[in-house]
Design a protein around this ligand. Structure first.
Ligand code: PGA
Length: 257
């Protein structure tokens, strides 16, 4: 297990989703270098669409900014039209993969069974896993947020591992909506997740837990100041180099002070 994992080194991750052509990806990667390079006290990761992983890796060569995929197949290889395996991602230059994002759960019907298999594939390919959990608006209004988030963790508990997994708590109602969980609500859920991991997993309290959902430069500092928020998974604001850089600076500042 690396020191980075043991010390919960803050992680800033960008999820580019299905945005941009090759030239846009290259341009964004190049623009990120001056923004992110000085922030060596935090880990930095960008997750472009599959097709751009190789070129983004190339554009970032020589800089300590990791590249990840946004998903991978639950199978190692074979007749799975349209799928991308974890080892293909690794081969293209990825070191990480996002799994269980709410958009995969919602639009592709991904559930605990398939996500368990995906985690195992990612681990076999030596990829670091960013595993997403989060409740919908209806669940929150019904007062079931914690129960659902813990159920999503329980689904994959048997394959979670502090050495190569990071959790991202992303309330679905906050993703791409401009609504953010208040720092107190986010902290409270992160604490719940950490307690659960501590009680159910070896070294579980050391798992990094990211917050995601409309993270922007103007809310990044107060979120970063919460003791159980170890970083961010950023969608929309990760497509603007200056905004992503500002979020990273806020994170680095809060965690170093
Ligand atoms: P958002 O997306 O920052 O645009 O809300 C976050 C995510 O989906 O990872």
């Amino acid at each position: 297990m690396t020191d980075t994992v043991f010390t919960r080194k803050p992680l800033l991750a960008g999820n580019w989703k299905m945005h941009g052509l090759q030239a846009d990806a290259r341009q964004l990667a190049e623009a990120l270098i001056p923004q992110l390079s000085p922030l060596s006290s935090i880990d930095r990761l960008v997750c472009p669409p599959f097709l751009h992983v190789g070129l983004v890796k190339q554009a970032l060569a020589g800089h300590d900014i990791a590249v990840g995929g946004q998903d991978c197949s639950s199978q190692a290889s074979g007749a799975y039209t349209g799928d991308i395996s974890a080892s293909m991602l690794k081969d293209a230059g990825a070191s990480h993969v996002i799994l269980g994002h709410s958009e995969r759960r919602q639009y592709h019907g991904e559930n605990g069974i398939v996500l368990k298999a995906k985690i195992e594939q990612a681990r076999a390919a030596n990829l670091m896993i960013v595993f997403c959990v989060g409740e919908t608006k209806a669940i929150r209004e019904a007062g079931q947020s914690e129960a659902i988030v813990l159920e999503q963790l329980r689904d994959v508990l048997a394959v979670l591992n502090v050495a190569d997994c990071v959790i991202a708590y992303e309330p679905v109602w906050a993703i791409g909506t401009g609504l953010t969980a208040s720092p107190e609500d986010a902290q409270s859920m992160h604490r719940t997740i950490r307690t659960f991991l501590q009680e159910n997993l070896a070294d579980g309290a050391k798992m990094r837990i990211l917050y995601g959902g409309s993270v922007k430069p103007d809310n990044a500092l107060t979120l970063s100041q919460q003791p159980d928020i170890d970083g961010f998974l950023v969608g929309g604001a990760s497509l603007k180099a200056a905004d992503f850089g500002a979020i990273g600076s806020a994170l680095a500042q809060a965690k170093n002070s």
